[in-house]
Write a protein that binds this ligand. Sequence first.
Ligand SMILES: CC(C)(COP(=O)(O)OP(=O)(O)OC[C@H]1O[C@@H](n2cnc3c(N)ncnc32)[C@H](O)[C@@H]1OP(=O)(O)O)[C@@H](O)C(=O)NCCC(=O)NCCS
Length: 192
Amino acid sequence: MGAANEVQVAKLPDAIRTRRLTLRKVRLEDADDVFSFACEDIWMRLLPDARQPYQRRDAERWVARRFLAPWRTEPTWAIEIDSRTVGWVGLNIEAEHAQAELSYAVRPDLRGQGLATEAVRAVVDRVFLDTQLGRVWGRVDPPNVASVRVLEKVGMQREAVMRRAFVRQGELIDLAVYGMLRTGWTPRSLDA
Ligand SMILES: CC(C)(COP(=O)(O)OP(=O)(O)OC[C@H]1O[C@@H](n2cnc3c(N)ncnc32)[C@H](O)[C@@H]1OP(=O)(O)O)[C@@H](O)C(=O)NCCC(=O)NCCS
């Protein structure tokens, strides 16, 4: 099972097109764009691997780590509009458990237009079409309503709340778990 998934995971495409977006493998040149929106954004600063104050070298480090990470376990797509990087979608794949965890962001001035939903939906579709993984899931801080909505709109269900599960700025917070099984999935980005 694990070995079969490893092979299948390697087939995730490094470029995905949707109606409005191009998703392509993150690259080192994305650091400027990532910094330009991440340094202004409270939520980005609260992500686990981000520090305060968020500096350009944090963006460089983040991009380099995502660029160098093995595609079969940690693929990261930059979200592009008109050749500008406006966000990203990443997966953390646990092939041995046949599942992948999602993370994503869109730059603040372009939010509320369905861009995250469009990008995440396309990645979820590729996971179920191109791999044998059986579950896609995400963890979210419940007050992050926009993120909760993205997960709900792509068809995920709230499965649990992990109480006091994450330390953020020295404070323990709850995390809600959202997930979708292959059996509950219908492709929705392919006619985009
Ligand atoms: C979460 C995030 C990616 C959403 O990006 P986006 O492109 O605006 O998402 P969409 O437009 O596809 O959907 C956002 C939804 O949240 C809703 N929303 C946004 N802010 C809201 C609020 N304060 N209260 C209620 N709903 C809200 C929008 O109305 C929309 O839902 P709708 O289509 O039902 O109206 C973006 O806010 C972001 O980058 N946040 C910082 C990083 C982050 O938190 N990532 C997730 C954790 S890994």
